[in-house]
Write a protein that binds this ligand. Structure first.
Ligand code: PLP
Length: 512
């Protein structure tokens, strides 16, 4: 007989001895019916929030005023558990919604996080309630199986041997890049994990070669790993802001002459600034020649692989060693949800080398074989695959492909719209859903004035709160940057944005 049946007559048996061991208020806080009521309140608010598709940006709040408002919602009670107050819950949710960036509004064109498919967040709620840390199969069975399945599904677009690759989820693209770089370093210098820098016996210094426009997480990883930011070998870019293949061999040769031992080259599949895709095919050839690990930071753009029209941007992806793929960017699920792929599954065990008898089994069985605790940094890890797998299971690939296609076409259209404006400069031909441009009235010529104007425009647009866009320096001069993450945005919205930029730019230019 199940043990629970001998202990109580069921969940409603308020008279059991278990219920008497804690105060009533604690029981209430954990109460299932209260949970249902709270969820109704919150979901109702979220529904109205999602229904509001008015064009707006961020309502930027003074941090002191926001702290004050947040503190006012906190119970002064500290000696007893405060009584539940549903109005307070509603006020907390209202404050949260009002002060966040409305990522589902057509006014949001700013960054790489996006409005999620609402069903994905509902799955996140299930994960939160059941609280299953997913680094170990026994603690999160379906998430671990779903992780395997999702890896297999997405590998169809990468093209690796299904029996040889591995995929592990991790908390964000930055951690994905760090993990891949650790695996690459330990592969090249197997004693480094235990012996540290002395593993090289004075024969050179480990180094990483990266495109000049790589995301900062790559040089951060070099710092964290003790490689040192100075040992980053910068690969020059061509006019399309991709790694210039012709220059890779000479730059690597020069690094070698300086005593650097480049163990990994990092290419971007979608740079953060302009969304440029490095030429993977050619870089893979160089990496093979030099016996260097090739990692692709596809945090932003790997999702283009699911699109028949756009997959070509990642030509050669099957030849690389590892890929960081953020589903919380272009697959529209709540963050974090990063998938780290390895071509060779044996290498996926190389990033970390711990022994811990309380979690790592020396003799894996059919269950522990699915554990990922030895391959990802986290011990407790969110079952981040569940929202993604659920969407894939319910809607299939096309949900993602069609939206990505639309966003990239919209960005092409935005590029055409900018080209029609005499007082705007396009800075690149978009390869994905990121577009950078500048507002430049005819009599504005000096680089630093152009720079200051873009920064001021971006800040004023943000403060006015009708749109949310970002900025980035391109060749040392600031540019306005839109990231099209929202299928509610149309070319008309973009035209209105340009009108706003022109108005604001002129006001700033005339000193208003
Ligand atoms: C190309 C690229 N790599 C890595 C990252 C870091 O990813 P995360 O924010 O998930 O840590 C980003 C984030 O914008 C990115 O654009």
């Amino acid at each position: 007989m199940p043990i629970a049946a001998t202990l109580s007559a069921g969940p409603a048996s308020s008279g059991t001895s278990r219920r008497h061991s804690v105060g009533r208020a604690i029981g209430e806080a954990f109460d299932a019916r209260r949970f249902g009521e709270n969820t109704d309140t919150v979901v109702g608010k979220l529904e109205s929030y999602l229904e509001d598709l008015s064009v707006r940006g961020l309502e930027l709040t003074d941090p002191a005023a926001l702290s004050h408002a947040a503190r006012a919602l906190m119970t002064p009670e500290s000696e007893t558990v405060a009584a539940f107050d549903d109005k307070k819950l509603a006020a907390i949710v209202d404050l949260y919604l009002r002060t966040g960036i409305p990522v589902h509004s057509p006014g949001y064109m700013g960054r790489q996080f996006s409005g999620v498919v609402p069903l994905a967040s509902v799955m996140d709620l299930v994960s939160s309630v059941t609280n299953q840390p997913s680094s170990f199969y026994e603690a999160a069975q379906l998430p671990n199986v779903a992780e395997r399945i999702m890896g297999e599904e997405l590998n169809q677009f990468i093209g690796w041997d299904p029996g040889s690759f591995a995929m592990v989820t991790t908390s964000g693209g930055s951690l994905g890049n760090l993990t891949a770089l650790l695996a690459a370093r330990n592969d090249k210098f197997p004693d480094y994990w235990s012996a540290g820098g002395s593993a090289l016996g004075g024969r050179g210094t480990p180094a990483i070669a990266v495109g000049d426009d790589a995301h900062y997480s790559v040089s951060r990883a070099a710092g964290v790993m003790g490689i040192g930011e100075d040992q980053i070998v910068r690969l020059p870019l061509n006019e399309r802001k991709q790694i210039c293949v012709e220059q890779v061999r000479p730059v690597l040769a020069e690094a070698e002459r300086r005593g650097l031992r480049v163990f990994c080259m990092v290419a971007s599949a979608g740079t953060t600034s302009v969304g440029a895709f490095d030429p993977l095919d050619e870089l893979a050839r160089v990496a093979r020649e030099k016996n260097i690990w090739l990692h692709v930071d596809g945090a932003h753009g790997a999702s283009l692989l699911v699109s028949d029209k756009l997959r070509e941007r990642l030509r050669g992806i099957e030849k690389v060693d590892s890929i960081t793929w953020d589903a919380h960017k272009m697959m529209f699920v709540p963050a974090p949800c990063t998938l780290l792929f390895y071509r060779n599954k044996n290498k996926s065990r190389g990033a970390f080398r711990q022994k811990a008898s309380y979690v790592f089994d020396e003799e894996p069985d059919i269950y522990t074989e699915l554990d990922s605790g030895d391959k990802n940094f986290e011990c407790t890890k969110r079952p981040m695959i569940m929202p993604l797998w659920t969407l894939w299971a319910m809607y299939g690939r096309k949900l993602f492909a069609e939206k990505i296609d639309y966003l990239c076409e919209l960005t092409q259209e935005a590029h055409r719209v900018v080209a029609e404006q005499p007082d705007f400069d396009n800075l690149h031909v978009p390869e994905a859903n990121i577009l950078c441009f500048r507002y430049r009235p005819a009599d504005l010529i000096r680089g630093d004035d152009i720079h200051r104007l873009q920064v001021a425009i971006r800040n004023r647009i943000k403060r006015e709160g009708n749109f949310f866009i970002s900025k980035v320096n391109i060749d040392g001069v600031a540019a306005l940057r839109v990231v099209m993450m929202n299928h509610e945005v149309t070319p008309e919205h973009f035209r209105i944005l340009l009108g706003e930029i022109r108005r604001v730019g002129n006001e700033i230019f005339r000193g208003q």
